[in-house]
Design a protein around this ligand. Sequence first.
Ligand code: IPE
Ligand code: IPE
Ligand code: MG
Length: 238
Amino acid sequence: MPRHVAVIMDGNGRWAGARGLSRLQGHRKGKDSVREVVETAREIGVEVLTLFAFSTENWSRPPSEVKALMKLLRRYCRTELSRMMRYGIRLKVVGNLRRLPPEVLSDLRSVEAETRDNDRMTVVLAVSYGGRQDIVGAARQLARQVRDGELKPEQINESRLAGSLMTAGLPDPDLLIRTSGELRISNFLLWQCAYSELYFTDVAWPDFRRDQFLEAINWYAQRDRRFGRATGELAVEA
Ligand code: IPE
Ligand code: IPE
Ligand code: MG
């Protein structure tokens, strides 16, 4: 069972286009998949579920689509809070949040605050998130510490860098899922996914539900995670 599953929720627009619907209708439908995947993950004991909701690069979409997505985020906060409380789910938001409209940010912050003591599962919502920007932010933070004499350059190591990322304190994703056919990472968790198992499916996000999620989990269970070691080495040690 993966401790941490990360998902690039892709294909809402194409799903809608294929049905003669607007892209917005695709995003709306995608919200139902979010609910189902969150609840399935919690049910099977995943500790952390990270959902890529909006990338740094998505700011360059038409303003009307950006606005609609922001509105959907606010609606998500309103409709999901009670379910998160009922299921013991904690929400954490990562990304360049200063770019968000203030009312979206305040809604997200208030769900974070309300759910902070829930301990059944953590849902990390990546909003206005970019993997490279995350690494740049960490580099800046470490540089400031060196400048202020709190840290020596030699003390910068993998765990300090990881601890300066927006995902500090969370385990790295064991499984990364991308829906809707594209075989790319699109600037998601670049540092954190160094050793994640990558699962790609042609199913579009609005059609990715409980069964499809469980299929990905089953696929993961069959992986032999070697982390660079020789085949069978782990088995010999155990
Ligand atoms: C994913 O669906 C949702 C976001 C990126 C916000 P898309 O909107 O990227 O849908 P496609 O890839 O165009 O089908
Ligand atoms: C990645 O999907 C971002 C999210 C799912 C939020 P995109 O649709 O933006 O990625 P590209 O543009 O196809 O690489
Ligand atoms: Mg897309």
